[in-house]
Design a protein around this ligand. Structure first.
Ligand SMILES: Nc1ncnc2c1ncn2[C@@H]1O[C@H](COP(=O)(O)OP(=O)(O)OP(=O)(O)O)[C@@H](O)[C@H]1O
Ligand SMILES: [Mg+2]
Length: 264
């Protein structure tokens, strides 16, 4: 961490109304993420991990408390400003990829640049370069259904990276992959982080959690741990298994990002 704070939650509560009842998904959560950090968020199902990610990524608002991005209180920003900030600062990766079925790999990755006012040729160059970085140069014209799970996730990572965000948010990015493929995806995140991009990964897998330099643990909407992970493990290249868990928040979140187009 180099001192500058990219994102921070301060005293955040998030309640969801469920008919007459209310679910408290986050119960007074505070933490800050510095530039270049590599953080895992762990905790049982329902503990509030995805809710946390959606708030950091400004896909949702807290019921109370504040979310800061680059030191700016996001509750004070207009919707358009917030969308621009999100597009420039944060890249999202979801368990179920959320690629657009009717577009090729290249078109999916070019999509976030659509809002940047770049000429098409420049968008294409940037997307080709980032697809090369994730090892997909030979799949540019494939559609998502013609890819393996690992290739879909690499496409999604390329899409998250293409606009050079300062922070990548990945919610169980290996949850739908076999353990070997999951490991290579985590290696890719580690490589991305080593070049200066902050990465936050939600995972159920302790081995993946160990790869991050800092681990935040949630339980019942509260932080129960926020520690430097075992640095030997974080520095080493050892991580293996991945697991599967469903996420309902991701689909909702993706509608904010991509405006309700169809996903696979
Ligand atoms: N849109 C919603 N409406 C109502 N309740 C919700 C909503 N989203 C999440 N919740 C509830 O908030 C709590 C936290 O959910 P969240 O999705 O953040 O958990 P999680 O830690 O990501 O779990 P998992 O590991 O299963 O993905 C859960 O009890 C969940 O049922
Ligand atoms: Mg979740």
């Amino acid at each position: 961490m180099n001192g500058s704070i990219l994102a921070a939650l301060e005293g955040v509560y998030k309640n969801y109304a469920m008919g007459d009842a209310e679910v408290r998904a986050l119960d007074g959560v505070s933490f800050a993420i510095g530039a270049g950090e590599f953080v895992s968020i762990m905790g049982p199902s329902g503990s509030g991990k995805s809710t946390c990610m959606n708030l950091i990524g400004c896909l949702d608002h807290p019921s109370s408390g504040a979310v800061f991005i680059n030191g700016i209180d996001t509750s004070r920003m207009k919707a358009g400003e917030l969308a621009r900030l999100r597009n420039r600062t944060v890249g999202f990766v979801f368990q179920q990829y959320h690629l657009i079925a009717g577009m090729t790999v290249l078109e999916n990755v070019m999509l976030p640049l659509r809002y940047r006012g770049l000429p098409p040729r420049r968008r294409r160059e940037l997307a080709v370069a980032v697809l090369d970085r994730v090892g997909l140069s030979d799949r540019l014209k494939h559609r998502p259904r013609e890819l393996s799970g690992g290739q879909k996730q690499r496409t999604a990572i390329a899409r998250a990276l293409v606009a050079s965000p300062a922070l990548i948010l990945a919610d169980e990015p290996t949850g739908a992959l076999d353990s070997e493929t999951g490991k290579s995806v985590i290696d890719l995140f580690a490589e991305i982080n080593s070049r200066g991009t902050a990465v936050i990964i939600v995972t159920h897998d302790p081995e993946i959690g160990k790869r991050a330099r800092r681990r935040i643990t949630l339980r019942d909407g509260k932080i129960t741990g926020d520690t430097a992970a075992d640095t030997a493990a974080a520095a080493g290249e050892a991580a293996d298994t991945a697991d599967a868990a469903a996420g309902i928040e991701q689909a909702r979140a993706s509608r904010f990002v991509f405006g309700g187009e169809s996903f696979v």
